[in-house]
Write a protein that binds this ligand. Structure first.
Ligand code: MOS
Length: 726
């Protein structure tokens, strides 16, 4: 059980986040945002702002900063950069940048900018846009529609019609914002070698590449530094403040610092799309699934940046079924940009699928856990690639025993005026990794450095580097100095997709083998500690001739202060042999007040099969955080928009997130089966699976307690008061 190596600097205020860098002669930038959702900027009156106290410069589409559109590394599409045209496609879009001597002066002057628009009609309602939905791009979902049909079956409709029991329902999930504690921000400074930018981000090397592309310089001329990141979750890629501060610092010849206000974070970054999902299940009376149809509509933005791949991320994988049909459409709207947010696809997708499975169980009069076991699969339906390692059945059984699932009764029970119910759901999150390179340096003082560019947005990756590094070198973690969050380090460790541990960890294994190979060569070389001998490395020491020496002794004997090597690892042949996923079973108990319909989660338990767990302490915290996020999705979170596209609750007064009083003790268990078919360290990733399934578990518990089936997130008191008993 390792404590975080970054814990002490964080709690003692020593950790420097991007905005904590105070450089001499820094100017401060403040963003101006649009106040219409769609149209063209006719003019911007900036005289008053330019002559306000302390103002250095005012940038706008009429007087822009020099920025080009970099290429998105995942979708190969052009990224949007601010101030390059007069088009407004959402309310709250960055359209100006005021730079002044102080933050307050910049903010005051920004209020003096007057904008006139030529507005166009704005599409801001997902419900109204469903008719005009278009197919989602293949790169975002894998395929726009997928059908697996048994040999004798013509269509999914035929399969549903031929099923003894069918259930069909439509589910809605809300827009969400990442609300990272650290708002998107940057400090940018240029010198003879190029740009240095301090800006919280999910991967320092990607930030450097994006900024280089935008500024028309070489990636080697951009030094992105982010050793500490205050939360990310998919929404902290290169941000508007980073592009603007970097470009302004170049023309002004002085450092520029810029941060979004909390309200600006809700529009000038990117959100999780809202979804509408229709699920149709067909089964026999014994509960065996015959047909599963999952049709999804995701909101997207005017540039079609992203689609929430709900159908593909869930129903593609969860259960055995002879017939499967998936579709994934998107509805472009004049609302803020959308992007990935923890478990994109899986989180809202599992709300729909796992609610529908619960509805089928209720229709069949079957225990929902038994129904899930009945349709257990050994690989995605229609795929030849079996799961590399799957112990979901054990998660179900361990969870059920510990939670007391056998005490659940179909109508729940009462405790005074409280209606009490239990619910559960399956969680899955695909296990993958990205190519990564890690550098290891052995030093004569018996310490080692393990480094990769990446970022640790609170996930614990820095500590993972020290643990896996120590294991690979066979030395105690205290002797390993992990380094992250610097684009000059070897490229790797992108914190996204629950991949960072598997990506960086696999590269550490390679780097350790390489540097230990060099060490042995050095030891047996002329003048080495074991000149001419057959040498081996074990227990943190070089052995030969019945004697052993530490790597520090070998280096000192050779007069070498340190020895460095890199190692790289990337997904390979294994991808053609198996399917890879983590699994989990979520359980919860909810109490709903008979008269006020206030809903309170009173017990939570998640049991997960995520391969090997590298650091149980941080893993437990991360999963607990994900489960709490799932409760938040179920009962609290939702970004609402007015008809004119303005975010109605885009601040922390109106955008609800759970507080301590909303969350009981969170139970987390791992059934631990290292998955070395997935990668050399056997860890499948735990960043996102904690949130998957939880919203459905809460909704299912509410149904068990009250008989009310709420198919729209978040489940508010109003919806519970309006709902009719079945
Ligand atoms: Mo993520 S949603 O891949 O940080």
């Amino acid at each position: 059980m390792a404590s975080r190596v970054d814990g002490p600097p964080k709690v003692s205020g020593q950790a420097k986040y991007g905005m904590d860098h105070n450089l001499p002669d820094t100017a401060h930038g403040y963003l101006v945002l649009s106040t219409i959702a769609h149209g063209e900027i006719e003019s911007m009156e900036v005289t008053a702002a330019k002559t306000a106290p302390g103002v250095v410069e005012v940038y706008s589409p009429f007087d822009p900063l020099d920025l080009r559109k970099p290429i998105n590394p995942f979708f190969g599409t052009e990224m949007w950069v601010p101030l390059q045209d007069r088009e407004v496609t959402y309310y709250g879009q960055p359209i100006g940048f005021v730079v002044a001597e102080t933050f307050e002066q910049a903010r005051d002057a920004a209020m003096l900018v007057e904008v006139s628009y030529r507005p166009r009609p704005a599409a801001t309602s997902l419900a109204d846009g469903l008719e005009s939905a278009v197919d989602a791009p293949l790169a975002m979902v894998g395929a726009s529609a997928l059908a697996v049909l048994a040999p004798d079956v013509e269509s999914i409709e035929d399969a549903l019609a031929a099923s003894e029991v069918t259930v069909e329902a439509t589910y809605h999930t809300a827009y969400q914002n990442h609300v990272a504690m650290e708002p998107h921000s940057a400090v940018a400074v240029w010198d003879a070698e190029g740009l240095t930018v301090y800006s919280g981000n999910q991967a320092a090397n990607f930030q450097a590449n994006d900024l280089a592309g935008a500024l028309g310089v070489e990636p080697s001329e951009v030094h992105a530094v982010n050793p500490f990141v205050g939360g990310a979750f998919g929404g902290k890629m290169t941000s508007a403040p980073a592009f603007l501060a970097a470009a302004a610092a170049r023309v002004l010849g002085r450092p520029v610092k810029a941060a979004l206000s909390r309200e600006q974070v809700f529009t000038a970054t990117a959100n999780r799309p809202a979804t509408v999902q229709r699920i149709s299940l067909g089964a026999d009376r014994g509960g065996t699934l015959n047909a599963l149809r999952h049709e999804s509509w995701s909101s997207t933005d005017a540039r079609h940046s992203f689609v929430e791949p709900t159908s593909y991320a869930t129903s593609r994988n969860y259960y055995a079924t002879r017939n499967l049909y998936l579709s994934q459409k998107m509805v472009p709207l004049n609302l803020p940009p959308v992007t990935s947010m923890r478990a994109p696809g899986e989180a809202p997708g599992s709300f729909a699928l796992e609610s529908a499975i619960d509805e089928l169980a209720a229709t069949l009069g079957m225990d929902p856990l038994e129904l899930r076991l009945k349709n257990y699969n050994s690989g995605p339906p229609g795929s030849d690639l079996q799961w590399s390692s799957k112990h979901l059945d054990e998660c179900y059984r361990v969870g059920a025993a510990e939670f007391g699932w056998s005490h659940r009764t179909p109508g729940g029970h009462t405790d005074g005026d409280w209606l009490v119910g239990m619910g559960m759901a399956t969680a899955m999150y695909s296990a993958s990794r990205f190519p990564a390179t890690v550098g290891i340096t052995l030093r004569a003082d018996e310490t080692a450095v393990v480094e990769t560019s990446g970022a640790d947005p609170g996930t614990g990756l820095l500590t993972v580097l020290s643990l896996v590094g120590a294991e690979s070198l066979d030395i105690p973690p205290e002797r390993v100095e992990p380094r992250l969050g610097d684009s000059r380090l070897p490229p790797g460790g992108f914190s996204a997709g629950s991949t960072a541990t598997a990506s960086a960890g696999s590269a550490i294994v390679e780097a350790a083998a390489n540097v230990l190979g060099e060490l042995l060569a050095l030891a047996s070389a002329p003048g080495g500690a074991f000149e001419g001998a057959e040498v081996t490395y074990a227990d943190g020491k070089v052995h030969a001739q019945g004697r052993s020496k530490t790597f520090g002794e070998v280096l000192r004997a050779a007069g070498v202060p340190s020895l460095s090597m890199t190692g790289s690892s990337a997904p390979g042949e294994e991808m053609t042999k198996h399917s890879f996923s983590s699994f989990g079973a979520q359980f919860c108990e909810v109490r709903v007040h008979r008269w006020t319909r206030e809903a309170r989660v009173s017990r939570l338990l998640g049991v997960f099969d995520a391969g090997r767990i590298i650091n149980p302490k941080a893993a437990r915290s991360q999963i607990a955080g994900g489960m709490i996020w799932g409760v938040s999705a179920a009962l609290h979170e939702g970004l609402e928009f007015e008809a004119n596209g303005r975010a109605a609750n885009g601040d922390l007064a109106g955008y609800l997130v759970p507080v301590n009083a909303d969350i009981p003790e969170v139970g987390v268990h791992f059934v631990e089966y290292p998955d070395t078919l997935a990668n050399p360290i056997g860890a499948r990733g735990i960043g996102e699976i904690g949130t998957v399934g939880m919203a459905a578990a809460v909704a299912n518990a509410i149904h068990n307690a009250t008989g009310l089936r709420i198919r729209e997130l978040p489940i508010t008191i109003e919806k519970l008061l309006d709902a009719d008993h079945e």
